[in-house]
Design a protein around this ligand. Structure first.
Ligand code: 3HC
Length: 297
């Protein structure tokens, strides 16, 4: 099955990036939001990102200005927006990138199950919830996969493609091929908590926060240690701010309630406190660090 038309539900931090890379990969894309204002904001981010990528390509001599302008216009021309779920009826693939709340996701997939054409593939971009539970809610477990992209979607080169025991082989292969078309390296994962990346990354972030909370080292030194000692592009506390403290907490709350005996899954005190104070990281201007726009203050 070839994926030509894609619906992306949610045009926020992750969703707008997925909309963009799918369009860059040649698909026709419908971005779905609950309100026109959210849609405008998400598509505005796509415009900014496309402009940035185009000007970089010109700077590096990979494209001349006219080719870059045509590339932006063609890519953007493949993207439309809607606030009506029924508009996704003829999509080949529908990717969910909404709030990290399992009940809300299940409700969405149950409704999409009645809207989308029977052969359409459903995918969730969840960081941590079981794909199988959403697959059952959708009423089409054979046509369901996880497609887990990374932030910022436009730049990170990985997509995790998650299969359950019920996923049809052709749906899985089509999802992997779609990931490649988006310019990503797909890795195949089973439906386990956090798949590959977050199962390793989130406990590492927790260890860094605990280290800070115990006063073992300053946040700047913890980050510098991993950045310059291990060659990571950003240290773990900067990365927690980048991912979002609320998202990190959602993941950990889900895991600690589902797997209470797994010692790697624990919630650091400062994470709970900062989220309760509305300090969610880069997106709110403060988390473990203070932020001004995209940069640390
Ligand atoms: N679109 C287009 N261009 C973008 C962009 C976007 N969305 N975001 C950043 N850029 C551009 C920047 O503007 C910058 O351009 P310039 O060189 O012309 O100024 C360029 O990309 C590089 O960005 P920065 O200057 O900000 O600096 P870096 O070289 O540090 O790159 C980074 C930024 C790619 C984010 C890098 O720091 C990085 O790889 N960080 C780690 C990110 C990571 O680990 N992500 C995974 C998080 S886990 C996750 O997502 C899973 C979830 O489920 C929790």
């Amino acid at each position: 099955m070839e994926i030509k038309k894609v619906g992306v539900v949610g045009c926020g931090l992750m969703g707008h990036g997925i909309v963009q890379v799918a369009a860059q990969g040649g698909c026709e894309v419908i971005a779905l939001e609950t309100e026109q204002g959210f849609l405008d904001k998400g598509l505005g981010r796509v415009d900014k990102s496309l402009a940035k990528l185009a000007s970089k390509n010109v700077e590096k001599g990979k494209m001349d200005q006219a080719t870059a302008d045509a590339w932006v216009a063609e890519t953007r021309g493949r993207i439309s927006g809607s606030t009506n779920r029924a508009d996704l009826a003829d999509c080949d693939l529908i990717i969910e990138a909404i709030v990290e709340n399992l009940d809300v996701k299940k409700e969405l997939f149950a409704e999409l199950g009645g809207i989308a054409k029977p052969e359409a593939i459903f995918a969730s971009n969840t960081s941590s919830f079981p794909i199988g539970e959403m697959a059952s809610a959708s009423g089409r477990p054979g046509r369901f996969v996880g497609l887990h992209f990374f932030n910022p979607v436009q730049l990170m080169r990985l997509v995790e493609v998650v299969r359950t025991d019920d996923t049809d082989a052709d749906a899985f292969d089509a999802a992997r091929a779609f990931g490649k078309a988006c310019g990503k390296t797909p890795v195949s994962c089973k439906d386990t908590p956090g798949f590959v990346v977050n199962r390793l990354l989130v406990p590492y972030m927790v260890q860094a926060i605990d280290m800070l909370d115990r006063g073992d080292a300053s946040k700047e030194d913890i980050d510098a240690a991993m950045q310059f000692g291990c060659g990571h592009p950003m240290g773990p506390l900067t990365l927690t701010d980048y991912v979002g403290l609320d998202t990190t907490l959602f993941i950990l709350e889900g895991w600690t309630s589902r797997y209470p005996n797994e010692p790697a899954f624990k919630i650091p005190e400062s994470l709970k406190r900062l989220v309760s104070e509305g300090k969610l990281g880069r997106k709110t201007g403060e988390g473990y660090y203070k932020w001004e726009g995209d940069k640390k203050a």
